[in-house]
Design a protein around this ligand. Sequence first.
Ligand code: ADP
Length: 247
Amino acid sequence: AADGTGSLATTGLTKAFGGVTALDAATVTFRHGLVNALIGPNGSGKTTFFNCVTGMIRPDSGRTSYRGADITRRAPHAIARAGIGRTFQLCRVFPRMSALDNVLAAARPGGLWRGLRGARSRAEVDLARGWLTRLGIEHLADVEARNMSWGQQKLLELAGVLMSGPETVLLDEPAGGVNPALLDRIGSLVRELNAEGRTFVIVEHNMDLVMSISDHVVVFDRGRPIAEGPPSVIRSDERVLGAYLGV
Ligand code: ADP
């Protein structure tokens, strides 16, 4: 439930690439129990933010905390173990592995080979099939990921993330390139998974989806938050309109 306490929070997070400041002392709190959205124009630092908080790139300065613990310098696998799972804008699945093997491999920190060769318990396979069913792709269990549609591959990636039981899930453009039918499924899934207790932070360009599934929206411009609030407020915020229109 939305208890209003800080879940994933950054203080002064800063990252520059050469002369480009991607994150400019970004101080943000995403609350536990909510579906949070992170929006902003292209180049406003959203992906860099995800990469910093998941340990994939090191910030130049600033801190990240998760449920009270400082995770700034932790490695990606340690951050995943702390309870944060993520998907990627360009979707990361193993193209030549079946959907079922993909989900099983994703569940094994340490990677692909342990996932394939390691002993697989019946419970693990049942759990993986359960996630495929939940995401509506169980009929594709034996199909190689490369033969699935883009939207199905995104659902498969999400199944893999959910397999490790994260309490917080970061989704990087879940709607990107996905057809309208699957879009609805992703939207209702997020709400269902949230009702079961998972916190979400979603980077997304599809404003209809953002406004329909989010509890709280944070707007980035030039590497830092410029506005935040519920969708009803954000929709009519002049700073937000200005950021998008470039005025
Ligand atoms: P968003 O996800 O909001 O589109 P990004 O975080 O991808 O924004 O990018 C923020 C800024 O940082 C952009 O100006 C982008 O060109 C720059 N940037 C991001 N990653 C790199 C990188 N690896 N090398 C150089 N510049 C980068």
